[in-house]
Design a protein around this ligand. Structure first.
Ligand code: NAD
Length: 254
């Protein structure tokens, strides 16, 4: 399938690692031009490896919780490419895990909200002027199944992802000329999930339903591409059907 991404410019936040890195690789395969944004300088290595393979991928280091950094990112996209067609917003942190809410410090709470909520808001705020000039603009936020169901010991993260889902819907209403969608995967094998779940060597044998970053990247790239028009303001849940199930046990209908 032609994803119609040739010559489109896509901003990928969190592109130095995990799902964001996989999105960058899939976009490059699809001949899109990519601007990686990450606070981790490793994004520069990702970009230069893809450039060596003949793709146009640039990197800008920024802390997305800082409005002046995010403004600078939008200016970089404008100055380098003169346009912006899509954003795939992957940057995020899990914050404290395995901690009941009453034990969470205000500092940890604010840190999670700053990256996962303020960061995504700022990326949208400063991308909208450029996106508005594109013929088929699309923004994809990485939510999580944690936006829909609670996980014990992860109240800040779950709350922040619920906010990302509502940010998606609110922006859809405010800016009808731009598409906004929220992708909500379950566990994806990345440095974040390995650290959170104590699976340093990966998930083989862990007995968990786990996706690979490349799989999730294809879902995100589909939503970012013109192929998915007119899918707008939606939540795409990739959780193997777990949230579809009733809490009731199997009933013995006869
Ligand atoms: P990851 O840790 O591998 O990558 C996240 C990237 O975001 C890192 O490169 C990090 O440097 C960057 N980042 C964090 N804070 C930043 C900031 N303030 N400014 C700039 N960059 C920043 O994580 P991942 O697993 O690839 O997660 C990507 C997204 O997907 C996150 O939003 C995460 O919540 C979500 N998600 C992950 C999973 C999973 O199981 N891995 C499941 C559902 C949703």
């Amino acid at each position: 399938m032609d994803m119609q991404l040739r010559d489109r410019v896509v901003l990928v936040t969190g592109g130095a690692s995990g799902i964001g890195r996989a999105c960058t690789e899939v976009l490059a395969e699809e001949s899109a031009t990519v601007l990686i944004v990450d606070r981790n300088p490793e994004g520069s290595t990702v970009a230069s490896q893809l450039r060596k393979a003949g793709h146009w991928v640039e990197f800008v280091q920024a802390d997305l919780t800082d409005e002046s950094d995010v403004r600078m990112v939008a200016h970089t996209a404008r100055d380098l490419f003169g346009r912006l067609d899509s954003v795939i917003a992957c940057a995020g942190i899990s914050g404290p895990v395995g901690q009941p809410a009453a034990e969470v410090s205000v500092e940890d709470w604010d840190r999670v909200m700053a990256v996962n909520v303020r960061g995504n808001f700022l990326v949208a705020k400063h991308s909208i002027p450029l996106l508005s000039r594109s013929e088929a603009p699309s923004v994809v936020f990485l939510g999580s199944d944690s936006a829909l169901v609670g996980f014990e010991g992860m109240t800040p993260y779950c709350t922040s992802k619920g906010a990302v889902l509502m940010l998606t819907k609110s922006l859809t209403v405010d800016y009808p000329q731009i598409r906004f969608n929220c992708l909500c995967p379950g566990i994806v094998d990345t440095p974040m999930s390995r650290a959170d779940l104590g699976q340093d060597e990966g998930f083989a044998g862990a007995g968990l339903p786990v996706m690979q970053p490349g799989q999730v990247a294809r879902h995100a790239v589909f939503l970012a591409s013109p192929v998915s028009a007119p899918i707008n303001g939606t939540t795409l849940v990739a959780d193997f059907g777990y949230t579809a199930r009733s809490a009731l046990p199997t009933l013995g209908f006869s």
